[in-house]
Design a protein around this ligand. Sequence first.
Ligand code: PMP
Length: 306
Amino acid sequence: MQKMKYIWVDGKMVPWDQAQVHVLTHALHYGSAIFEGIRAYACADGSSAVFRLEDHCKRMLNSAKILRMNLPLTAEELVKACIETLEANELKEGYVRPLSFVGYGEMGVYPGNNPVQTIVATWPWGAYLGAEALEKGIRIKTSTFARSHVNTSMSKAKASGNYINSILAKVEAKDEGYDEAVMLDTNGYVSEATGENIFIVRDGVIKTTPWTSILGGITRDSVMKLAKDLGYVVEEQQFTRDELYIADEAFFTGTAAEITPIRELDHRQIGVGHAGPVTKHLQTEYFKIVKGENPKYASWLHHYKV
Ligand code: PMP
């Protein structure tokens, strides 16, 4: 990854290489951390815009609440920290990663009174699943690992420890030559991917999985609103992997993955085998929105200038 000048650490801009923690940091041992993944885009008018920054910061506070972590920050302070870090690093376009973690103190699972620390890092990041993927689509497999049961690890929290489940599925998929995995929930229904939500299109209807075993993706929410505004029928409904096999189109959504078409699942070609018309339509409109080219969604953008 490309180094930047600074990382925001508990209110101070610290030079990149000096932003370090002790090896006995609680979160390093037990996964007791929460984070966000946010993107900033360069706009045509020369400014930059962070996409749905306030919503990401609210989700981070909700993650803290679910985990009973005492975040010493408000959503507004987190917003400010993200913008300050982008400005300090003079980053016009890229990724923003706030992270709060249980720090160094006592060992043992109980986080007790260990300090909670917060950092914000930023860096340039291109298309998460490859630039070609956005156009041609990706090849995926159904994971042998189930998404955690709704009462196992609290998927509505974007918690570091939850990502062990994602890492297992991602490594398996990559080992077998796929780009990504789709995971089923413990009842066997399609859930989400390792870092993306999933949508299908069949007979003109757009479907995404319900907000049960999944992370409530901000891209998912944006795409649902956008698709409805464009006149599509959008349903949040359980579906099975064989419904996915016979979908006309399928795509992943995520801050990092943006809108990535799925061209093949478990050796079955999905639809035409590349981005279908609905996926392309949503992708085009999504990129206009994030780059400030659609005034209707101006409230989703937090502008800054570097
Ligand atoms: N599910 C998981 C497990 C994720 O890690 C992500 C990425 N944050 C998403 C879905 C998509 O969420 P968002 O659109 O808010 O990035």
